[in-house]
Design a protein around this ligand. Structure first.
Ligand SMILES: C[S@@+](CC[C@H](N)C(=O)[O-])C[C@H]1O[C@@H](n2cnc3c(N)ncnc32)[C@H](O)[C@@H]1O
Length: 236
């Protein structure tokens, strides 16, 4: 599956191509529900008391921006491999007046350019399933987290069985069609749902967090399991 390969350059190229329409399609295709999922993720971030935060695979910065709007003390560094997504994100950060809270940098989650223990929390929304090596990416997030810090992973998951027929039609027919028309990219919106269903879910993903070094993994499914929020801690 060459055009769907998770290699760094294929993923970056695909996101560079869809970047101008990414936000529009994101909110349109999720009917805005993603905002509620992000809010719940940020609730956990606030509960943790962390103020220095790394947002991995930040894309156009939606999670970082939503977080900084909730707490003006947050200092958030967002990293992504797609220059196009970051460019769109930087415009939003400036327009929202959050330039003193958020900095966006081009970097690979598999090789983060930060010191050990630099952040009190790390988070990633809808990015972890794109990593070429999941545990390597999670281990890097673990490395840069201070002892006592947390990780938050928001990711698509396989919905409840009763909802699957409806979700199947939506994600396999309607989503690729709308995605293709709006983004003009022929395969991106086939790739996104396909990777969501194939990726580690629930307890299986918690095991990957433990493999990366984390403790006390938990998960909460949102909206019939379409998305799941995972949390875990780096022990003191
Ligand atoms: C579906 S978007 C999610 C963006 C954003 N977090 C959000 O919630 O809208 C996935 C992002 O992951 C980025 N990405 C994929 N692999 C990456 C990697 N190895 N390192 C950093 N970013 C990566 C892509 O470039 C893309 O911007």
């Amino acid at each position: 599956m060459t055009q769907h390969s998770k290699s760094r350059s294929n993923v970056a190229t695909m996101f560079n191509q869809i970047a101008p329409k990414y936000d529009l399609l994101n909110h349109l295709l999720s009917w805005g529900i993603d905002k509620r999922w992000r809010k719940k993720t940020i609730d956990k971030l606030i509960d943790s008391g962390a103020l220095s935060i790394l947002d991995v695979a930040t894309g156009t910065g939606d999670l970082a921006i939503a977080a900084a709007k909730r707490n003006s003390k947050f200092k958030i560094t967002g990293v992504d491999i797609s220059a196009g997504m970051l460019e769109a994100g930087r415009v939003k950060v400036v327009n929202e007046g959050l330039a003193s809270n958020i900095v966006l940098l081009e970097a690979d989650s598999l090789n983060l350019p930060f010191d050990d223990h630099q952040f009190e929390a790390t988070m990633v929304a809808f990015g972890v399933r794109n990593f070429e090596q999941t545990v390597k990416g999670l281990s890097e997030m673990f490395r840069v987290t201070a002892p006592g810090g947390i990780i938050l992973v928001l990711e698509f998951s396989k919905p409840d069985r009763w909802f699957m027929p409806l979700y199947g039609i939506y994600s396999k027919v309607i989503m690729p069609l709308i995605g293709r028309i709006v983004s003009k990219h022929s395969t991106a919106y086939t790739y996104l749902p396909e990777t969501a269903l194939a990726f580690a879910q629930g307890g299986e993903f918690c095991d990957l967090l433990v493999k990366a070094g984390y403790s006390k993994p938990t998960f909460t499914r949102f909206t019939f399991g379409i998305a799941t929020l995972y949390t875990a801690v780096k022990e003191q």
